[in-house]
Design a protein around this ligand. Structure first.
Ligand SMILES: [Zn+2]
Length: 1030
C-alpha cells in the first residue's frame, strides 16, 4: 500500500462522504449497491374514497387498474391499493423487500392485518417480505396498501403551517420487489458513523483525525463490485469503533419515541391512523431488536387503537408485557400546560392513570409533556398527588429570550412540592441517532459535573413516524466508543433511577416554567377557549348537583359513564395544539362540535339532577323560585326571575353555600343603584360601594371606591379602553405575539352608538354603547352595576373581521406595585409589573385564569373574566387580551361573532381579604334558577357543605370512581396561607378518609366527624381530597 503522508482534510472527508452519498456517484459508490435485482409487481389496482373506511369495507371496493407514476387525491381522501406479485425463485437466500415509495402516508395490510407503515418523509419505504428467502415461503403474495392523501405534516399550501391545500395530489413513485443487500447496509452505517465523527468531533481532538483516516482506509479497502472486500472494510470500522470510552464518560439513555400530535395540521380522525401506522412499524422493529424500547404517551391514542385496530392493540399489549413497549405520561392526552383548570389537570391524570392501570397493569411513574407551551407552577403538586415524581419535557429550549439554566433539576411548585425534572439536552424529542446529536447532548448539558446521565428520544415525531432500523443500527455502534458519550437503550425508569441515584448536586427551580414564545396561544381561537371554560364549569356543576341528588334522593342514578364520556371529550380538546388554538380549521370545527356535545348533553344531565334535587318543574312558573348555588360560599346577587308573562323581573336574593334557597320575596337592597345621565352624554352609576362614570364612548373616566374614598382611574386616563395592535409574528402565526406588537398600539375612539341607559337603577343599573373597530368590526357592550355588587361587569359582543390585529382592553389604575397576581390552577402566582431584566421583559404577554389582581398594601384592583386567558400588567395598567386574527394554520381563525364578559373590581385590603377569588368564581358560575312548585309558599334554605375559612375552596364534589356509596370532595387553600378550619356538612356521612388525587386512601385512619363537622388543616396552596363514605 502506498505510504500516506499528509492528506487534505476536506478532500479526504468529502471522498468518504461521496462514497456513501445517495445523490452523487451512485453509479459507482457503495450506496448505489444497497439494492440488488428488482422485479415489478404483477398487478396494481386501486379505488379512492373520501372517508376513512375499515379494511373489511375497503377490500370489497371497486378496484380499477393503476400504475406507478399515477397521482391520487384530493387532500384527506384515501386511496386503497390491491397489489399482487410473485417473488422470483432465483432470489432464494436473499433478503426481499416490497418497496413502496409514494407521497402521503401508507399502511400495508397483509392477511387482513396492518403490518407496516410506509412514509417517505419518515424514511420508511420497505416492507420486509423475507430476510432469507426459502423455497417453503409463499412466493405469490397479495397485499393491500391504504394510502392517506396527506403528508406527515398535513398538506400546508406553500409552507408547513399554512392552511391545507384542499386539492393536493399524491404520486406513487415506486411499487416493486427488490433484493436488499444487508452487507452493504451494515457497511454504509459504519461509514456514516465514522465520517460523522471525523466531521463533528472538533479538530482539536485527535479522535476526529483517527476517524478520518479510518474512513479513508475503508474506502481504499472496498471494491463496490466485489462484496468479498466488504469484510476488510468492516474490520477497520470495528477496530475503530471498539476503542472504548473512559469511565467518566457521560451516559446517554436512548429511548424510542414517536410524538404524535392528537390533532394539529390534520384532524383527530387521521391521528387514529397515524398511531396505527407508527406503532405497527415499532412492533416490526421490536421483533428484530429485542433490546429496543419504545415510550408511548397519551391514553386517548391507545384507546383509539384499541377500538379501531384490536389485533394491533393485542400485539402492543404483548410487547408491553415484555417491557419493550412502555407507556408513559399518565395523562389522557399531552395537554396544554397552562390553560386547563386545576380540576381538568387532575382529570387528565385520573382518566389517564386509570386507563394505563386497567390496560397495562401499571400507573405511569413519569409525567411526559415534551412539546407543550409552558408549565403551570401547580403541576408538581398535581403530579405528586397522582403518583408521579418524575417529569420530562424539552420545550423551554424554544425560549426566544432567555436560556433556561438547567437540564436536570428539581422543579418546585407553589405549595413546595418538588419533582425531579429532566430536559433532554439535545433539545429535541425526535432524534435520529446521529453522532452530532450525541455530541450536542453532552455539549449542551447545563448541569455538567452535577449530572452524568441524559435522555435521548429518537424517532420521527409530531406527525408520527417513529424510530427506524437505521437509527437503531447507528445507536448500536455508538454504545461505547471513544470520543462519543456512552449510549444505552434504556427505559424511562432506568434513566430516572440513574438520576435519582445521586441528586445531592441538583439545583431547584421554583415557580412556573414559562415558555418565552407562543404567547399568542393564550388568546387565539376564542371559541375554543370559551368552550373549555364553559365546559369545565358545566361538568363541575353536574357532578356537584348529581352527587347531592344521589345522596338526598332515592333512585337517582349518578351519571358516571355519561360524565366519563364528556370529561374525556373535554380532556381531548385540551391537547397542546387544540386548546392553544394552533390547529387547522377542521380541527377547530371538531373541537367546537365536541364542546357543543358536552354543553347540550351536560345541560340535560344538569337539568335532570336539579329537578331531582329540588323537585321543581321547569314548566311551572309560580311566583316563587328555587335558586341553586354550587359554590362553597353564601352569595347575594341580583337574578332574573322568570315570569308567566315572559318579562324579566330582577330581584336581589341570598343563597347559601353549596345549596339552595326557595325565594318567595326578594331582598330590599340596602343601597339601590342610582344611574345619572350628565350633560355631554356621560353617565354615572352608583351602588353604595362603587361610583363609576363613563364618557359617551363607554370609557371609564372615574371609578371611585366609596368606602375607601379611593379613585381607581388615574387623572386623564380611561378605563375600559379598547386598543388594537398590529400582530405579525416572525413565523408561528397562531402561536406567537411578538414584543414589537406593543409599539403599534391604537386606542379605539370612534363611537357608533353613544352610551345609553338600559336599566335605570334600583337593583341594577346598566348602560350600553357600540364602538367602531374598522369598517368590518365593531364592539357592543352592556355595562352593569348591581346592588350589593363590588364590581362593574362588561358584557361584550364583538363582530370581528380582521387580519393580523390583536384586540385588548386596558384598565389603567392608581395602584403602584412591583408585582401583579394571576390565578392559576388551585392557586395563584405573582409576576413582575416592571421590565428590569430580560426574564421580566420576556413576560410581556402572560396567562392567567379567572382573575388577575394588582394590589398595593390596603388597596387593589382585580380584573375578572368568564372565558379569557391572556393578560399583561405593565406598571399600573392592567390589560386583558381579547381577540387575535392569525391566518395560519387556520385562515378563518376567530372571524365572526364573539361574546365574553369581564369585570373590574376595586377593593380595599388584599385580594384575599376582598374575596377576589370568590367573585371571579361567581362570574363563571351563574346561579341556577328553577321555578318552585305551586305548593311552595315559604322561604327556606338548604346547604350541603360550608367551610368556616374563606381561604379554603371546595372545588369538586363527585361520586368516587368505581364506588357507589361514596363521594369524593376536593378542597384547596387559595390564599397562600396555613389554615386550620372545619367543613360542615348536612349529608349523612359515615366516614371521611384523606386520599390522593387518584382517590386512593392515604391512611387507614378516618377523620373524626363531630357535630357534622370535619376538622381540616392546610398549608399554602395545598390541594386535599376527602373520600366520604355514606
Ligand atoms: Zn406536539
Amino acid at each position: 500500500m502506498a505510504a500516506l503522508v499528509l492528506k487534505n482534510r476536506r478532500a479526504t472527508l468529502e471522498r468518504a462522504e461521496k462514497f456513501v452519498s445517495p445523490v452523487y456517484f451512485t453509479d459507482v459508490n457503495l450506496r448505489g449497491r444497497l439494492f440488488g435485482a428488482n422485479c415489478p409487481v404483477e398487478s396494481l389496482s386501486c379505488f379512492l374514497t373520501e372517508s376513512r373506511i375499515s379494511y373489511e369495507t375497503a377490500v370489497n371496493g371497486d378496484f380499477t387498474a393503476a400504475k406507478v407514476g399515477d397521482s391520487f387525491g384530493p387532500t384527506w381522501w384515501t386511496s386503497w391499493f390491491r397489489v399482487t406479485f410473485s417473488i422470483p425463485q432465483e432470489w432464494k437466500g436473499k433478503e426481499v423487500h416490497f418497496v413502496w415509495e409514494s407521497e402521503g402516508e401508507a399502511m400495508v395490510w397483509r392477511n387482513s392485518s396492518p403490518v407496516q407503515g410506509l412514509t417517505k418523509e419518515g424514511e420508511k419505504m420497505s416492507y420486509i417480505l423475507s430476510e432469507n428467502l426459502t423455497d417453503e415461503e409463499a412466493h405469490s403474495v397479495e397485499l393491500y396498501v391504504e394510502l392517506a392523501c396527506n403528508g406527515l405534516f398535513g398538506a400546508g399550501q406553500g409552507s408547513m403551517i399554512a392552511p391545507p391545500d384542499p386539492q393536493c395530489k399524491f404520486t406513487l413513485h415506486k411499487a416493486e420487489l427488490v433484493v436488499f443487500n444487508r452487507d452493504v447496509h451494515e457497511l454504509l452505517t459504519d461509514f456514516e458513523i465514522i465520517t460523522d465523527m471525523a466531521k463533528y468531533i472538533g479538530t482539536e481532538n485527535q479522535r476526529s483525525y483517527q476517524a478520518l483516516y479510518t474512513a479513508n482506509k475503508m474506502v481504499n479497502a472496498c471494491d463496490v463490485a466485489d462484496p468479498a472486500t466488504f469484510a476488510e472494510a468492516r474490520r477497520f470500522a470495528d477496530a475503530f469503533l471498539q476503542q472504548k470510552n473512559g469511565e467518566s464518560q457521560h451516559v446517554v439513555h436512548a429511548m424510542g419515541h414517536c410524538h404524535i400530535d392528537s390533532a394539529w395540521l390534520w384532524p383527530y380522525e387521521e391521528t387514529i391512523r397515524k398511531c396505527a401506522r407508527s406503532w405497527v412499524s415499532v412492533l416490526r422493529l421490536m421483533e428484530k431488536n429485542p433490546s429496543f424500547v419504545f415510550t408511548c404517551s397519551q391514553a386517548q391514542q391507545l384507546e383509539w387503537v384499541k377500538s379501531w385496530y384490536p389485533g394491533l392493540y393485542a400485539e402492543i399489549q404483548e410487547y408491553a408485557e415484555k417491557g419493550q413497549f412502555i407507556v408513559v405520561g399518565g395523562t389522557w392526552v399531552e395537554m396544554d400546560g397552562n390553560l386547563p383548570s386545576g380540576e381538568s389537570m387532575v382529570r387528565q391524570f385520573l382518566q389517564g392513570q386509570a386507563f394505563f392501570q386497567q390496560e397495562f397493569g401499571r400507573h405511569c411513574a413519569e409525567f411526559w409533556l415534551p412539546d407543550t407551551f409552558g408549565y403551570s407552577a401547580q403541576l408538581p403538586q398535581i403530579m405528586k398527588g397522582c403518583g408521579i415524581t418524575r417529569f420530562l419535557t424539552q420545550k423551554l429550549s424554544w425560549n426566544l429570550v432567555n436560556e433556561f439554566p438547567h437540564h436536570t433539576f428539581f422543579w418546585e411548585g407553589i405549595d413546595g412540592s418538588r419533582v425531579l425534572t429532566h430536559f433532554p439536552p439535545g433539545n429535541s424529542y425526535e432524534m435520529h441517532g446521529k453522532v452530532e446529536e450525541l455530541l450536542n447532548t453532552v455539549k449542551n448539558n447545563k448541569d455538567k459535573g452535577r449530572v452524568n446521565h441524559s435522555a435521548f428520544l429518537f424517532g420521527f415525531g409530531d406527525g408520527g413516524g417513529g424510530p427506524t432500523q437505521e437509527m437503531l443500527d447507528r445507536l448500536h455502534r455508538m454504545q461505547n466508543t471513544d470520543g462519543l458519550p456512552r449510549v444505552q437503550l434504556s427505559t424511562p425508569d432506568t434513566f430516572f433511577s440513574a438520576l435519582e441515584g445521586d441528586t445531592t448536586m441538583l439545583c431547584t427551580w421554583a415557580g412556573e416554567l414559562f415558555l418565552e414564545l407562543h404567547n399568542g396561544s393564550y388568546t387565539t381561537q376564542a371559541k375554543i377557549k370559551k368552550g373549555n371554560r364553559k365546559c369545565e364549569c358545566i361538568l363541575r356543576s353536574i357532578e356537584i348537583v348529581s352527587s347531592l341528588a344521589a345522596v338526598q334522593k332515592d333512585g337517582f342514578q349518578y351519571p358516571s359513564s355519561q360524565l366519563q364520556q364528556l370529561w374525556r371529550l373535554l380532556l381531548l380538546n385540551q391537547f397542546h395544539d387544540v386548546l392553544p388554538g394552533t390547529c387547522i380549521q377542521s380541527v377547530v370545527e371538531d373541537a367546537v362540535k365536541y364542546y357543543e356535545e358536552i354543553q347540550s348533553n351536560g345541560d340535560k344531565l344538569l337539568k335532570e339532577a336539579i329537578q331531582c334535587l329540588l323537585g321543581g318543574c321547569v314548566q311551572e312558573t309560580g311566583r316563587n323560585v328555587n335558586v341553586l348555588n354550587t359554590l362553597p360560599w353564601e352569595r347575594t346577587e341580583v337574578i332574573s326571575m322568570p315570569r308567566l308573562e315572559g318579562e324579566e323581573v330582577l330581584a336581589l336574593i341570598k343563597v347559601p353555600s353549596v345549596g339552595f334557597a326557595t325565594v318567595t320575596s326578594p331582598m330590599v337592597p340596602p343601597h339601590p343603584v342610582i344611574v345619572t345621565v350628565q350633560e355631554g352624554g356621560s353617565v354615572t352609576m352608583e351602588n353604595g360601594i362603587l361610583r363609576v362614570e363613563f364618557d359617551s364612548l363607554g370609557r371609564m373616566t372615574s371609578l371611585l371606591h366609596l368606602l375607601y374614598k379611593r379613585e381607581t382611574v388615574p387623572e386623564g386616563s380611561h378605563g375600559n379602553q379598547f386598543v388594537l395592535f398590529d400582530d405579525v409574528p416572525l413565523y408561528w402565526d397562531a402561536w406567537d405575539v411578538m414584543d414589537y406588537h406593543l409599539e403599534t398600539r391604537k386606542p379605539m375612539l370612534q363611537g357608533l352608538q353613544p352610551v345609553e341607559v338600559v336599566c335605570p337603577g334600583g337593583v341594577r343599573g346598566s348602560i350600553r354603547h357600540t364602538l367602531r373597530v374598522s369598517d368590518t368590526s365593531r364592539i357592543r357592550q352592556e355595562v352593569t352595576l348591581d346592588a350589593c355588587c363590588p364590581y362593574v361587569k362588561f358584557k361584550t359582543e364583538v363582530e370581528w373581521h380582521e387580519a393580523h390585529k390583536f384586540l385588548k382592553v386596558e384598565f389603567p389604575t392608581t395602584v403602584h406595585s412591583p408585582n401583579a397576581t394571576y390565578e392559576i390552577q388551585f392557586g395563584h402566582i405573582q409576576r413582575p409589573t416592571h421590565r428590569n431584566t430580560s426574564w421580566d421583559w420576556a413576560r410581556y404577554e402572560v396567562w392567567g385564569h379567572k382573575w388577575a389582581d394588582l394590589s398595593e398594601h390596603g388597596f387593589g384592583v382585580a380584573l375578572l373574566n368568564d372565558c379569557k386567558y391572556g393578560y399583561s400588567v405593565h406598571r399600573n395598567v392592567m390589560t386583558l387580551s381579547l381577540l387575535r386574527s392569525p391566518k395560519s394554520p387556520d385562515a378563518t381563525a376567530d372571524m365572526g361573532q364573539h361574546q365574553f364578559t369581564y369585570a373590574i373590581m376595586p377593593h380595599t385590603g388584599s385580594l384575599q381579604e376582598a374575596n377576589v377569588i370568590q367573585f371571579a368564581y361567581n362570574i363563571n358560575y351563574p346561579l341556577h334558577i328553577v321555578p318552585a312548585g305551586p305548593g311552595v309558599c315559604a322561604s327556606s334554605t338548604w346547604s350541603a357543605f360550608s367551610i368556616q375559612s374563606p381561604a379554603v375552596v371546595l372545588e369538586t364534589i363527585k361520586q368516587a370512581e368505581n364506588k357507589n356509596k361514596a363521594l369524593v370532595i376536593r378542597l384547596y387553600e387559595s390564599h397562600g396561607s396555613t389554615v386550620e378550619t372545619w367543613l360542615h356538612t348536612s349529608l349523612p356521612i359515615k366516614q371521611a378518609i384523606w386520599c390522593d388525587l387518584l382517590e386512593k386512601p392515604l391512611t387507614a385512619k378516618c377523620c373524626s366527624i363531630n357535630d357534622s363537622r370535619i376538622e381540616l388543616s392546610f398549608t399554602p396552596f395545598q390541594i386535599r381530597t376527602l373520600l366520604l363514605l355514606l
